[in-house]
Design a protein around this ligand. Sequence first.
Ligand SMILES: *Cc1c(COP(=O)(O)O)cnc(C)c1O
Length: 354
Amino acid sequence: MIKNINSLVRKNILELTPYSSARSLNLYGILLDANENPYCNMDVTERGININRYPDPSHTKMRKQLSKYLSINSENIVFGSGSDELIDLIIRIFCEPGKDNIIIPKPTYGMYEVSAKINNVEVKYFDLTEEFQIAEYNFNNEIDENSKILFLCSPNNPTGDLLNKDSVTNIIKSFNGIVVIDEAYIDFCNIENSFFNEINSCNNIIILRTFSKAWGMAGLRLGYAIASKEIIDFILNVKLPYNIGAVVTDLFFKVMNKEDVKRKNINSIISERDRLYKELIEIKEIKKVYHSDANYILFQPDNHIELFSYLIENGVVIRDRSSQIKNSLRVSVGTLEENNMFLTKLRKFYEIKD
Ligand SMILES: *Cc1c(COP(=O)(O)O)cnc(C)c1O
């Protein structure tokens, strides 16, 4: 469904003349245009980085490399300093502070709400069903004419499961705003569940991906958006010119050659996730263990507050999600040894209690 994207964009962004950086022209020769230091005080040249120069604001080479990897056009990709930066940019492009709103399911990832509030953009919520799926009438009841962006996360954080594809497709078709689908965890499940192929037919979708999870690069701060060219161009215009540094770019190219390592580690995480699930459902004090398509498991144990503290005191840090889903804790899948340590301490807690 082709929508009029410009009608959704804030007026000040539509009228913006973007910052014209010295490095966007891609000119060659002696570079005396950007007030850079001609000397490199720290020698990283053996890694091919001219650290004294500003990096390319349009990420041309990175976008080309990723476009080959994903088999889409470069013009449908933009990089952010983590997908968290992209969440903020998307809100700033489409939502007029004090007037427009975003709508998010409950429960979901916390950054959509925080980013909106930082930007003085109202947040509307709609409840997921008990199985953490979309009920379309809940969504339709909450939206109004100022609802600009719907954020969906699939697999959802912290619940772990994929959203039903038909419900998401229906909403994409019916909703007159932007639908962001955060696919931070898509590599831990069947890639068929991605909305990637829909970007050509639906120009109101933005897919977010990150190098922080399956790629194992959370410290790098690198994420990307996939969308129609018109949306990508707005993000390019609004982002800080040099949001992706030269060292990040360098490591991006290195990790892109490590697809085999990535695959192997994903497979270990998936098999450990499935083992962890089986072990957890055997523990009688755990009342519910949720199915996960991601690299974490949500569960509802007896005495969750005490258990949570006991684990921390014993050197195992997991996440308390009981503010979102009652009595719930979330554990990320670690290495075999880490998961065993978690299970041992957890069983120990209930032995002592008995
Ligand atoms: C971890 C996570 C991200 C990743 O954010 P980065 O800024 O790329 O590290 C994005 N979305 C969700 C739902 C996450 O859980």
